[in-house]
Design a protein around this ligand. Structure first.
Ligand SMILES: [Zn+2]
Length: 264
């Protein structure tokens, strides 16, 4: 029998929980280390749909990117995901910032996706170093060619499924990238000489800040840039535990974009 502890240790190997940010809450958040974990589901968020699938497939452990408990809980209503996990005896490991920063994590994965279509030099450095060994959030790399904002947006739309952007008509070569929600790193990207920052979840005021800072800004969505977490985690766990049943389900983007005038 595979236990939660054995899975936790494998995750800790490629995304050390000790590397998490002080504001983060990653780790084993629901359940105990001794629980069985022969049936595992990996995901981006522990959504209603993911819990329903876990219950239906008798999953014993969910390994998710985003923490199912982030702010301290003051109550535990029946419709909360934590209540539902506990009610069904399902454990939850949430990886979050350690997976953002891992050399095999989300940002590294995105670099792999973009390296060829953006003709990157593969001479990347960390955008915001964070941990003792130099790992941190995002990366900076330079393209061997120059890009118009429109041409860059086209590649990003193909890779992430969605893109909004703001840019002056200046050529782009040095590119900063950080998955999730990292428009707060705009000034850092400027200080490091980047022509563009690609991230997700960009708030209104950041678009204006980008104009003043004269940097192109691309929003490929929080879901768009991080949905790969489900497959990254599943692949690692399948390699470590070939006998385990590991299912990946990144779910759907919970926010729909209305694109037509379909009749009701
Ligand atoms: Zn995120």
């Amino acid at each position: 029998m595979l236990t939660v502890k054995e899975v936790y240790e494998v995750v800790n190997g490629f995304a050390p929980f000790a590397s998490q940010e002080s504001w983060d809450n990653s780790g084993l958040l629901v359940g105990s280390m001794t629980q069985p974990a022969d049936r595992i589901l990996t995901t981006l968020d522990i959504s209603e749909e993911v819990i329903a699938q876990a219950v239906q497939q008798q999953v014993q452990l969910i390994v998710a990117h985003h923490p199912v408990i982030f702010s301290p809980l003051k109550a535990l209503p029946q419709n909360s995901p934590v209540y539902q996990l506990a009610a069904h005896g399902i454990a939850a490991i949430c990886v979050h910032t350690p997976l953002d920063m891992s050399p095999v994590g989300l940002n590294a994965y995105a670099h792999g996706l973009l390296a060829e279509p953006l003709a990157l030099e593969n001479a990347q450095s960390v955008l915001e170093p964070s941990w003792t060994d130099g790992r941190g959030f995002g990366w900076i790399d330079t393209s061997t060619r120059t890009w118009t904002p429109q041409a860059l947006a086209q590649v990003l739309e193909k890779t992430f499924g969605t893109v909004r952007y703001s840019a002056k008509e200046t050529p782009i070569r040095k590119i900063a990238y950080c998955s999730g929600s990292a428009a707060s790193m705009l000034e850092l990207a400027v200080a490091k000489g980047c022509d563009a920052l690609i991230t997700g979840d960009i708030k209104h005021d950041r678009w204006y800040a980008a104009e003043f800072e004269n940097i192109a800004l691309f929003d490929c969505g929080h879901y768009g840039t991080e949905r790969f977490a489900a497959e990254i985690l599943a692949q690692r766990l399948r390699d470590a535990f070939p006998a385990a049943q590991v299912t990946a389900n990144a779910g759907d983007d919970p926010a729909k974009i209305f694109i037509g005038d379909e009749k009701a």
